[in-house]
Ligand binder design. Structure first.
Ligand code: HEC
Length: 188
């Protein structure tokens, strides 16, 4: 074999086939995966909260992908394609410095807990290495009607004033609470 063009075209064709088979086809098949029964698209507030989650880089430390492994049982049932039907692009994450959040809405449904934890994780989990997200809150002398104040434990609250959850914090918590795994129905 000394025809260089045959070699180039054959190698290119084999490479192209593998690209389609391993890169494009799985995406096309998965994009038609039906949602898990009962799964709803995010509400407007939850979708804004998802944007905050992306902007703040929560995925650098948190996965949303429960593997079918014994050590992942604490996070929920193993994830399936249908869990992500309305989630584009999916926020699977690669690093698990903190726990998987696929089912955090069921595991920790308290708004107050989430607000305190975002303001200062150490206020609830003493040994936590999660960063504070204080810029999602405002410290003001007092709260106006309808505003959400965060009841921080002594030692974590600012010396003066009250801590108020901004719209971004409220949206982010709405998003976290929406992360609930639905039971998988029996296959008919
Ligand atoms: C530097 C890594 C890191 C980043 C970035 C990070 N976290 Fe965490 N997170 C952790 C660790 C470690 C824990 C476990 C200790 C704790 O509960 O504070 C945790 C715990 C949590 C928990 C409680 C999980 C459970 O199962 O109890 C929630 C909810 C959470 N993080 C949300 C977020 C959100 C939302 C963001 C982005 C705004 C974020 N985290 C960013 C490391 C991180």
């Amino acid at each position: 074999m000394n025809n260089v063009w045959v070699l180039v075209i054959a190698a290119g064709a084999i490479y192209g086939c593998f690209c389609i088979l391993m890169g494009v086809a799985p995406g096309m098949i998965l994009s038609h995966t039906p949602p898990v029964a009962g799964l709803k698209p995010l509400t407007a507030a939850e979708a804004r909260g998802r944007d905050v989650y992306v902007a703040e880089g929560c995925s650098y430390c948190h996965t949303q992908n429960v593997r079918p492994l014994v050590q992942d049982k604490v996070f929920g049932r193993p994830s399936v394609g249908g869990d992500y039907a309305y989630d584009t692009p999916q926020l699977l994450g690669t690093e698990r410095t903190g726990p998987d959040l696929s089912n955090i809405g069921a595991r920790q449904p308290s708004d107050v807990w989430q607000y305190i934890h975002l303001y200062d994780p150490r206020a609830l989990v003493h040994e936590s290495i999660m960063p504070r997200y204080t810029w999602l809150f405002q410290v003001r002398p007092s709260a106006s009607a309808g505003e959400i104040t965060v009841p921080l434990p002594p030692g974590y609250a600012p010396a003066n004033g009250v801590v108020i959850a901004t719209q971004q914090a409220q949206d982010l918590v709405a998003y976290l609470k929406s992360l609930k795994q639905l039971p998988l129905g029996t296959v008919k």
